[in-house]
Design a protein around this ligand. Structure first.
Ligand code: FAD
Ligand code: NA7
Length: 512
């Protein structure tokens, strides 16, 4: 965008006439107004401001159905990646305490976990991040408005404060980065009244107690994993398969490990009713989708992890002509993140077809800022984005699942190299390593280009992150074998893969 026109730095109520005059004369209050101060919106705002643009960002948190609310930073900081990973760490420490005894530590018994202490520490860290974002916006001269935003027209944004005070600002460009919020199942009686979601779990002051987690995507599995790990009686209700969209063999490794770890699974079951009993417990009724039999049990908490809905409904998008995907309700965007209205862009979870991940929202935001503020033409590359599932046995991957590789290239064109390995740290601790597994999905012919890498084991995200660079550079199986491992690590097992699935040979790693 070559010519951004600088307007006066102010907010005001404006009439339609004033808007038209500004548009005609090309004078706007801001170069860009961003709606949504989460991963994508903040990254965009900071980058654009650093490149000299005049930016305002509106962020407003609608309290959850249970009344939970939080500060600036969006899902990842407040009710996603950050508190989730910290609570996962709390659970891993529980396993470490058990291991420690085998390594000679004397641990006073019984060992117990205190939710309130963990929650206060995690919430304290999150609040420090909220503050950090505010300071960064101030430092970079981004105007932060704690307001709920919506579109008036393609160059005008309305903001409303929690107290109902309204303001409008004009802007050359608008970036929508409003993310999504957890859904409640509409057909389950008592779901909203008695259930919580990932918007609440990290902000509970007291332990959720015996918990039913409904939904088996990574959010559900991760929450169930850390709840089990800190000692809570936890059940996951799975209506179909776990980790839809991920490699299903790896998904099986993750859930098998969780079952061995103590998480209960109610497979092929769907809840129908949640009732509060006089004792205060929640009675959940469900139906087994295969046998059609009804089941019932009581829990202290029910956590819905049944998907997320885009935060698009209250933005007035249709009126301004921003096209939404009919099925998902997300905003339809081009490769340059532009919507159907040329002055309006959309990044992060709210955009149709984008991975729902923080680093992609951040990168897309930064690149968009550079394109709007400089001559940059660089587009976001959404291919080969690595990701991790922080379950008790972590899983990380980059590239295609075995199923997707077969679909794309044909079963006969794929070679899968695999290994069952035992992390060294599991040996002395006498931990079962049956689900510690690695596979490389490669093209069978030519240079055997790697299409996907999959790893379950300790620090899976740390392991796969570096290999993702290899995939970006077009790494082949030969490159993998020519990479000398770091010994003794789990990651080195990736560089030693030599058994093909096709051969049917035992893939258990022996020796060191
Ligand atoms: P968000 O971060 O959701 O930000 C949107 C912001 O806009 C919010 O602050 C919202 O309140 C605000 N807003 C909405 N409407 C308006 C409006 N009208 N006006 C003003 N403000 C508005 N990703 C990972 O990469 N790694 C992980 O480990 C990971 N773990 C996760 C765990 C959980 C439990 C969840 C739920 C998500 C997790 N994610 C993870 C996904 C990640 O959090 C999201 O992909 C990321 O936050 C999306 O960023 P965003 O900018 O699109 O939206
Ligand atoms: P997902 O990825 O949409 O998964 C939702 C899960 O909940 C999935 O296992 C669904 O089963 C299950 N589901 C959906 N509706 C129901 C009902 N009504 N009853 C029982 N189970 C149900 O959502 P997540 O919240 O886990 O994650 C969304 C994104 O947020 C994720 O990509 C992260 O980036 C952050 P299904 O497979 O459809 O049978």
């Amino acid at each position: 965008m070559a010519a951004f026109c600088r307007g006066r730095h102010r907010l005001k109520s404006i009439s339609g006439l004033q808007t038209s005059i500004r548009q005609l004369s090309g004078k706007f209050d801001y170069d860009v107004v961003v709606i949504g101060g989460g991963s994508g919106g903040l990254a965009f705002s900071k980058e654009a401001a650093q490149l000299g643009k005049k930016v305002a960002v509106l962020d407003y948190v609608e309290p959850s159905a249970k009344g939970t609310k939080w500060g600036l930073g969006g899902t990842c900081v407040n009710v996603g990646c950050i508190p989730k990973k910290l609570m996962h760490q709390a659970a891993l420490l529980g396993t470490a305490i058990k291991d420690a005894q085998k390594y000679g530590w004397t641990i006073p018994s019984p060992v117990s976990h205190d939710w309130a202490t963990m929650a206060a520490a995690v919430q304290g860290h999150v609040k420090s991040l909220n503050w950090g974002h505010r300071v960064q916006l101030q430092d970079k001269k981004v105007k932060y408005l704690n307001m709920k935003g919506s579109l008036v027209d393609e160059h005008t944004v309305k903001g409303v404060t929690a107290r109902g005070k309204e303001m409008t600002v004009t802007t050359r460009n608008i970036v929508i980065a409003t993310g999504g919020r957890p859904k409640h199942p509409t057909h389950v009686i008592g779901a909203v009244e008695h259930g919580i979601t990932s918007d609440d779990i990290f902000w509970l002051k007291e332990s959720p107690g015996k918990t039913l987690v409904v939904g088996a995507s990574y959010v559900g599995l991760e929450c169930a994993g850390f709840l089990t790990g800190i000692g809570l009686d936890t059940t996951i209700m799975v209506r179909s398969i776990a980790l839809r969209g991920f490699d299903q063999q790896m998904s099986g490794m993750v859930t098998d490990y969780m079952e061995a770890y103590g998480t209960k699974f109610a497979w092929k079951c769907s809840p129908t009713k949640v009732e509060r009993l006089p004792s205060g417990s929640l009675q959940v009724t469900w139906v087994n989708n295969s046998t059609k039999q009804e089941g019932r049990d009581t829990f202290d908490s029910v956590l819905w992890a049944v998907g997320r809905a885009p935060e698009a409904k209250q933005l007035n998008l249709e009126k301004v002509g921003v096209r939404l995907d009919e099925e998902t309700g997300k905003i339809v965007v081009g490769p340059d993140e532009v919507t159907s209205v040329p002055s309006i862009y959309s990044i992060g979870d709210i955009s149709q077809g984008r991975p729902e991940l923080t680093p992609t929202a951040i990168q897309a935001g930064r690149l968009l800022a550079r394109r709007l503020a400089t001559d940059s033409k660089e587009l976001m590359n959404y291919d080969n984005v690595a990701t991790a599932v922080f379950t008790p046995l972590e899983y990380a991957c980059v590239g295609l699942s075995e199923e997707d590789a077969e679909k794309k290239h044909g079963k006969d064109s794929i070679e899968v190299l695999h290994a069952f390995y035992k992390p060294l740290e599991f040996t002395v601790a006498e931990r079962d390593a049956s689900q510690c597994y690695i596979k490389a999905v490669c093209l069978r012919g030519g240079d055997q280009r790697i299409l996907g890498l999959h790893f379950t084991g300790p620090s899976a995200g740390e392991v796969i992150q570096g290999f993702a660079l290899g995939l970006q550079c077009g790494a082949t199986y030969t490159h993998l074998l020519n990479t000398v491992g770091i010994h003794p690590t789990c990651a080195e097992e990736l560089t030693k893969l030599n058994v093909t699935k096709r051969s049917g040979l035992d893939a258990t790693v022996t020796g060191c």
